[in-house]
Structure formats: structure tokens, C-alpha cells
Design a binder for this molecule. Structure first.
Ligand SMILES: C[S@@+](CC[C@H](N)C(=O)[O-])C[C@H]1O[C@@H](n2cnc3c(N)ncnc32)[C@H](O)[C@@H]1O
Length: 831
């Protein structure tokens, strides 16, 4: 674009080059737009809203801008111009009168009239009288704004260039969201108009503003009329979002709380792995209703080019000191801003460039939530303590001479002392005595890094938290990312001897479900019962961490390091326990890994694994065979069932010990019943062969009240008929065989009580289907039978039965019953 634009062109470009200008144009009703173009062509009335600002403002502004020739009507605005929207805007004004040594866009001053504008006017050689207002304005403007004409836009101070970029960005953004923005802006405009009220008042306000501007004062927020604030902000703060009114850094008033970062700085900050000592950043604005923002969290610990899925990337990271606080902040590698590789939210890049954008605090907060269960009986101790004889053992132990590594500093800026470092191989941490590299160059000072992080003590420095798992007790979750090989924490506790450890298992921890014992060195064990958070790390057969011993200044220490794949935010930390089982019973493993060994057991070497695989295969083969057999059995059973018809109830699973036992019992009972029945039959047969006189009464009634019942029962018994009465009770049978006897007798009685040497017995028996069923149904009831003497001759009962039988016939049933009632049974028997 040329340095100077024709009037119409300037306005057009101004409208294009600013989102706000676009908005204004869009907000203007179609008719107004037509009018505007008319006005441009006539050059009598400027096509911007400036034209609507009334006499004073129009004249002064136009003159200032050098855009307006002589007004034909003496400064009075044409009527139709008045009908346009009252969207006077300082930015538009400033855009309208640009450019010096660059495009309108590149030199727009968002604060309104610029010193540059005035200088340009002069430089352009316009011969006109400087008005008092112009003079006043020029005087008030900062000298900094007077830019020599030969300065190209590229040479402009950064803050001025920034304006250009804001404009460009806004233009771009406005173009993208054109329709939405246009619609919203129209709404904003309408809202503004409604608020404005009467036009005259508007004009008055606008004039005031122009004057205030001309005073050369920067537009302070409090000075801006309320209507303008509303107009600019919109009801939803739309324009504020776009930050169009941003002042150049040097001119803007100091921020309320925190200086805004430039887009580049913000990008740089975000792209670097924050080490994180500030869990909660201060609110971005002074308003207490504003959301609080967390400075880090989601990407904490994540280097910009960290991608665990890329093996190449991992190696690269491993070469640097991975994610350590020192590497983040001080190493040359970390100081270089790197490109972010993670996927960002769609609007992120835009916000990132224009705002101090931070991750909302509640995206991932490493804190206990209300109601989360906390571990009990945990005495946290973050450093090792030698206990008992371990102390002496430690003092007596042989100290190896300090090794010296020969690593060289990397020319590419990567960290030295990598996997080939002699100290590293010997599990020694480098220090100034055993390493030639400086702390910043050496990659084998992980415990030193850890100490720095722990000293900071922020939530993201610690970076892990204890949480309850579903099925494995408590576990440890990561609240940030950890690069491969990075130290996460130290496993600390009481260092005890092996003997003491055994004693504790036997005595102190005999009722405990979990042990927190970890072998440190031969003969020395760390008991993490009183120890660090690392004691809560669970086992996995496919872990994401490893636990290693490192000698730090000669002292063995146990560290938890991120595995080869790194650890992502929110993952549970796990390592392979390689469990030495203290008890007989093996613990089931619930790690859920595809290659889970099934138990918390020792890791096997190759030969053991082979053997194990063989055993497993054998097991599988057997299981398959068994399944096959089972399927065949099922088929067979099905076939048999169908062959036998529908009444067949199926086989009994004799494999079941309970069923087996039941079947045996039932069989035994059946046999015994049959035996008793045979015997009863035999005896009955013998009894019936005896004469009645030889039969002695066996049963006597206890009381009169019972007599009837007994008699009735006896009668019923008799009624059953000789053939069915098969239950003489033998002397030895009394009591022990009573159940069998009763069941075979089928008396149709409800119950009997046998006293004397006989046990009590009550049973429901089915009524006999005999010819006397009508009678028996009337007399069936609970009966007490007393067997008078144990040593009753075996023939007594059959005799009694016989007696009744003898008296029995269909016609005499009632009489017999009555007769029995009236006399003692003994007599009845005799008679
Ligand atoms: C050192 S503790 C780990 C912390 C433990 N979860 C707690 O709540 O204190 C080891 C015990 O955790 C349980 N555990 C750890 N990893 C497990 C896994 N993968 N499957 C089942 N249990 C596990 C076992 O009971 C084991 O004895």
C-alpha cells in the first residue's frame, strides 16, 4: 500500500485492516452503507461513522486527518448522514489517517490520534493552518511517537510493529468468523444504540470524546464514556476478547496483577516443560469473580518434543537430563524454545499468541478430592534411618574406592554421562569428585535433581499422589509426565538387617496383609512401613517404572525411575516386584497386563521361563482334553435322556461327594427298611400262628382321656387288615428300629410316643388305601402308646393286634371302639 492513500481508499483500507472497522461496517444498515459510498464519491461526507459525529467532531477530526476538503454546508451534517449508526470509534479515526512509511495496518495506533499522523500531515507538505486544537494535541503527544519519515515499518520499535500484527491477526480472525462476528457485532451495535438514547446526546458525547482525544491524553478506561465502554465491550465482552484496545506496552497502564506476556513469550513459556513450583497461579485479573488459573498441570513435566510414542524422541530426551528441574530451567538444551508437539485445542494457538493463556486449574488437579480415602497407619519418613544391627553392619561394610568416569561433554548440548558412563554402570551417582563434567553437563546426577525438586516441594515438584485403587489397596498416581529414566521419588524407610526383617515378619507384621520390605543391598533391607510414598507403588507384570539402587556419595539409596516409555499424567506408577514370597501362599496378581504372570511372583530367567511355558502348555493340553471329554459326556447324557423318554430325570453327578454321601445313605436306609420289613414279615407270620390266649397285652393306656384314641387307633390298626399289619416290634427293635417299624406298619396314625426305653417318635404316614378307609379317616389322630415294659415278650404286640383283629368286623366297629373306651385295655384284650 502506498504511503498515502486517497481519502476513500484510506477509509476502505481502514475498514479492512481492523476487525473493529469491519464490525462497524457490518453493523451499518445496508442503506447506511449505500449512503456511505455516496458520500465517498461526493467527497462531501466521509463514509465512516465519523461523519455522524456532528459539527464539531466532524470538522475537527476531518481537519486533523487531512481528509476533508472544505465543507460546503458550513460544517452542518447532511440529514441522511445523521441517520447512520452512532458508531464513532477512535480506532477508525486513527486508521483513517495513517500512514507513514508503511501500510495503514502497520502503523495504526489503537489509541486514536497519533503523533505520527500529525507528523505525516506536516511531512506531506499540506499547506494549511494548524488549528489550536491540533497544536494542543501535538504538544500533548509523546515524543516517541514522532517517527521519522524514512523509517521503514520493519525498523519501527517492536511495540509499534505489534500493533500491526494485532491488526493483521484481528483481520484474519474476523475474516474467519465473519458471519458470526458480524451478527454478533450487529447485536452489539444495536444494544449500544439502544443504550445511547437520543442522538443529540450521542453527538454531544462524541464531541466530548474527540476533544478529550485532542487533549492528547491516552484514553483511560475510566474516562471513556459508559456508552462507549458498552459499545466496545459488547454485552458479552466480545471485543474485549479480541483485545483490540490493547495499548502498546509502553503506553498501557501497568496491569492490575500480572504483566501480560507477549504472544511469543507465552508460547515459549508454554512450550517449555514447567518444573512447577507454583501450583496455583494468581488470577489473571483483579476481579475476584474471575476464574483462577493453574499455571501448569496437564503438561507439567512434559518437554515440548516429548512423545513417548516416538522411540527416536525418547532417545533424544534421554540424552538430556530428562525433565529435571535443572534441565528445565538451566540447561542450554532446555533454554532453547522448542516446538510443541502435542495437539492443541482449536482456539489454543490464537489465544496462545495473544494472551497469557494457562491451563484451567480444574483440568487436572493433583489433590485429594473430598471423600477420597486416605491411608491409615502410614508414618511418612522421607529419609533412610539405620536401625539396630544394620547400623553396625553399615559401619563395618567395605567402602569401595571412588571411581572416576571419563565422560566428555557433548558438543550438541546433550547431557553427558549417559549409559556408557562408568559411574552409571557401577550404580554410582556422579558428583564433583568422580565426574569431569559440570552439574549442568552431567546426566548422572539424578538424586541431586530429586533433592532440588523436593526442596521446592510444590505439588508438581513432588508430582505423585496416593490414591485408593479398586482391587489392590492404595496405589500411587502420577500428576505430571515423567520422561524415560527420570527419577520420580526415593524409596525410603528404616534400614534393617535380614535377621531383624525376619523377626518383624514373624512378630510385628504377622497379622498384616502387606509388607513394605525392599532389599537394598546384601543383608540390608528397607522397611517402608515408616517410609516414603513409594511404599504404596503396586506391582505390575508390565510396569511403567523401575526401582534401582544407586550409590550417592557412597551411600546406597533406592530410587523409583520412569521406565523406557515414560509416564503420562494420571497413570498409576507400577514396578515389577519380582516378589520373593515369604509365605507358602502366593498372592494373586490383579495388574491386568496382557502378559500377567498371575501371581505376585519372582521374575523368571530364560530357562525357568521355558520350563514354565512347558508346564503351562501341559496344563492347557490337559484342560482341553478334559473339556473335550466333558463335551462328549454331555452329548451322551443328552442322547440317553432322549432315549429314555420324558420321565427320565437324568444322571446324578456322582463326582460330587455330597451327592455320593446322600446316595449311600439312602441306599443304606432302603436296605435296612427292606431288612426290617422282611424280619417283620417273618415275625408277623410267626405271631399269627400263635393262639390268641398266648398273646399278652403290651399296651396300656395312661389315662381315660387317651383311651378312646388308643382304642380308635387300635381299631384302625385292626382295620388295616391282617395282611397289612406287619409291624411286630421285637424286643431288640424297640427304640432303635422304631422308625423303620413305623414306616412299615402303615398304621395311619399321626404319631406315637413310646416311653420307657423307647425314644420319642412322631411321623406322618400315608393312610392305607383299604376297604375301611372311611372308618380310619374318622379316627386318625395323634395317639400315645405306652409300651409298659421293656422286657415285654416279643409276642405282645402281635397278640394285641390279633386280639383286635379277632374282634373286628364291619358291623361291630363302633361297639368295639366304645367297649374299649369303657374298660382298661388290658381287660379288653383279655376279653
Ligand atoms: C508394597 S504394598 C503396595 C501398597 C498396597 N497396595 C497398600 O495399599 O498398602 C504390596 C501389596 O499390595 C498388593 N498388591 C500390589 N500389587 C498388586 C497386584 N498387582 N495385584 C494384587 N495385589 C497387589 C498386595 O497385597 C501386596 O502385598
Amino acid at each position: 500500500m502506498a504511503d498515502h492513500q486517497p481519502t476513500g481508499m484510506t477509509r476502505a483500507s481502514s475498514a479492512e485492516s481492523s476487525a473493529l472497522s469491519n464490525i462497524d461496517v457490518a453493523a451499518t444498515v445496508a442503506g447506511a452503507e449505500e449512503d456511505a459510498s455516496d458520500r465517498v464519491s461526493n467527497a462531501s461526507t466521509p463514509p465512516t461513522s465519523l461523519a455522524d459525529t456532528g459539527e464539531m467532531s466532524t470538522s475537527s477530526a476531518k481537519k486533523l486527518a487531512g481528509l476533508e476538503p472544505v465543507e460546503e454546508d458550513g460544517g452542518r451534517r447532511p440529514k441522511r448522514a445523521r441517520a447512520g449508526p452512532s458508531s464513532y470509534n477512535l480506532k477508525k479515526l486513527s486508521d483513517a489517517q495513517l500512514p507513514v512509511g508503511g501500510t495503514a495496518a502497520s502503523s495504526r495506533n489503537v489509541s486514536g490520534l497519533t503523533g505520527r499522523t500529525l507528523v505525516n500531515s506536516e511531512e506531506s507538505g499540506e499547506q494549511r493552518q494548524e488549528t489550536p486544537l491540533e497544536a494542543k494535541t501535538e504538544k500533548a503527544l509523546d515524543g516517541e511517537w514522532a517517527i521519522p519519515a524514512d523509517v521503514t515499518p520493519k525498523e519501527l520499535p517492536a511495540r509499534l510493529q505489534r500493533k500491526t500484527s494485532v491488526k493483521d491477526r484481528v483481520k484474519k480472525a474476523a475474516g474467519k468468523v465473519g458471519t458470526v462476528l458480524g451478527k454478533r457485532t450487529r447485536e452489539v451495535m444495536e444494544a449500544g444504540k439502544r443504550k445511547l438514547g437520543r442522538k443529540r446526546r450521542d453527538e454531544h458525547d462524541e464531541d466530548e470524546n474527540v476533544e478529550a482525544e485532542a487533549e492528547g491524553e491516552e484514553e483511560k478506561e475510566e474516562d471513556v464514556p459508559r456508552w462507549k465502554k458498552k459499545l466496545d465491550m459488547g454485552p458479552k465482552g466480545l471485543l474485549d476478547e479480541l483485545d483490540l484496545d490493547a495499548e502498546p506496552a509502553s503506553l498501557a497502564p501497568p496491569p492490575a496483577k500480572r504483566a501480560k506476556l507477549s504472544g511469543k513469550a507465552a508460547l515459549q513459556e508454554m512450550s517449555q516443560a514447567p518444573v512447577a513450583s507454583v501450583p496455583l497461579a494468581k488470577a489473571a485479573t483483579a476481579s475476584k469473580h474471575m476464574k483462577k488459573w493453574q499455571k501448569e498441570g496437564l503438561f507439567a513435566g512434559q518437554d515440548a518434543d516429548f512423545d513417548p510414542m516416538q522411540p527416536g524422541g525418547q532417545r533424544k530426551l534421554q540424552k538430556k537430563r530428562p525433565g529435571s528441574s535443572m534441565s528445565d530451567e538451566t540447561t542450554p538444551a532446555a533454554a532453547t524454545p522448542t516446538k510443541r508437539s502435542f495437539v492443541t485445542l482449536p482456539m489454543f494457538s490464537y489465544l496462545d499468541k495473544t494472551r497469557d493463556f494457562v491451563v484451567p486449574f480444574d483440568v487436572f488437579a493433583p489433590t485429594f478430592k473430598k471423600g477420597d480415602e486416605k491411608p491409615k497407619d502410614w508414618h511418612q519418613v522421607n529419609r533412610n534411618r539405620l536401625v539396630g544391627e544394620a547400623k553396625e553392619m553399615w559401619e563395618k561394610s567395605e567402602r569401595l574406592p571412588a571411581s572416576m568416569c571419563v565422560c566428555q561433554a557433548s558438543e550438541q548440548g546433550d547431557l553427558g554421562c549417559d549409559d556408557h558412563c562408568l559411574n552409571r554402570v557401577m550404580q554410582y551417582e556422579c558428583n564433583d569428585d568422580n565426574c569431569n563434567l559440570s552439574a549442568l553437563q552431567c546426566g548422572n546426577r539424578l538424586f541431586t535433581d530429586l533433592a532440588v525438586r523436593m526442596k521446592k516441594g510444590g505439588a508438581f515438584d513432588i508430582g505423585v499422589e496416593v490414591l485408593k485403587t479398586r482391587d489392590r489397596g492404595f496405589g500411587v498416581r502420577s500428576c505430571r509426565t515423567w520422561a524415560p529414566g527420570q527419577i520420580i521419588m526415593e524409596y525410603t524407610g528404616e534400614i534393617v538387617s535380614e535377621g531383624e526383617c525376619q523377626r518383624r515378619i514373624r512378630e510385628d507384621y504377622k497379622d498384616k496383609q502387606c509388607y513394605y520390605l525392599m532389599e537394598l543391598e546384601r543383608g540390608l533391607i528397607i522397611d517402608g512401613t515408616k517410609g516414603s510414598m513409594a511404599r504404596f507403588i503396586n506391582h505390575s507384570c508390565e510396569p511403567n517404572c523401575e526401582v534401582r539402587m544407586v550409590k550417592v556419595n557412597g551411600t546406597p539409596r533406592m530410587g523409583v525411575f520412569a521406565g523406557d516409555g515414560g509416564v503420562a499424567t494420571g497413570q498409576e506408577l507400577t514396578y515389577d516386584y519380582n516378589f520373593d514370597n515369604f509365605g507358602e501362599k502366593q498372592q494373586m496378581c490383579y495388574c491386568g497386563a496382557p502378559t500377567c504372570r498371575g501371581y505376585l511372583s519372582k521374575r523368571l530367567n530364560a530357562a525357568e521361563q521355558k520350563k514354565m511355558a512347558r508346564v503351562e502348555n501341559e496344563k492347557k493340553r490337559k484342560a482341553a482334553e478334559e473339556a473335550q471329554r466333558h463335551a462328549e459326556d454331555e452329548d451322551r447324557k443328552k442322547k440317553v435322556k432322549t432315549d429314555r423318554g420324558s420321565s427320565w430325570r437324568g444322571w446324578v453327578a456322582v463326582d460330587d461327594p455330597e451327592t455320593k454321601e446322600r446316595l449311600k445313605r439312602e441306599k443304606r436306609e432302603r436296605e435296612e427298611a427292606a431288612k426290617s420289613s422282611d424280619r417283620a414279615r417273618r415275625l408277623a407270620a410267626r405271631r399269627t400262628s400263635l393262639p390268641a390266649s398266648e398273646r399278652e397285652p403290651l399296651i396300656k393306656k395312661k389315662s381315660d382321656a387317651k383311651r378312646k384314641t388308643v382304642a380308635a387307633d387300635e381299631e384302625m390298626v385292626g382295620g388295616v387288615g391282617q395282611n397289612e399289619v406287619e409291624a411286630p416290634i421285637e424286643e431288640e427293635d424297640v427304640g432303635e428300629d422304631l422308625a423303620v417299624h413305623q414306616s412299615t406298619v402303615r398304621r395311619g396314625v399321626k404319631g406315637h410316643r413310646a416311653s420307657s426305653s423307647v425314644s420319642k417318635f412322631t411321623e406322618d404316614l400315608p393312610r392305607p388305601a383299604s376297604a375301611h378307609s372311611t372308618i380310619t379317616s374318622t379316627i386318625t389322630r395323634k395317639t400315645e402308646i405306652t409300651i409298659t415294659e421293656k422286657a415285654e415278650p416279643e409276642s405282645t404286640i402281635p397278640r394285641l393286634v390279633t386280639a383286635l383283629d379277632g374282634a373286628r368286623n364291619d358291623d361291630a366297629e363302633e361297639e368295639i371302639a366304645v367297649a374299649v373306651k369303657k374298660q382298661p385295655i388290658k381287660d379288653a384284650m383279655k376279653s
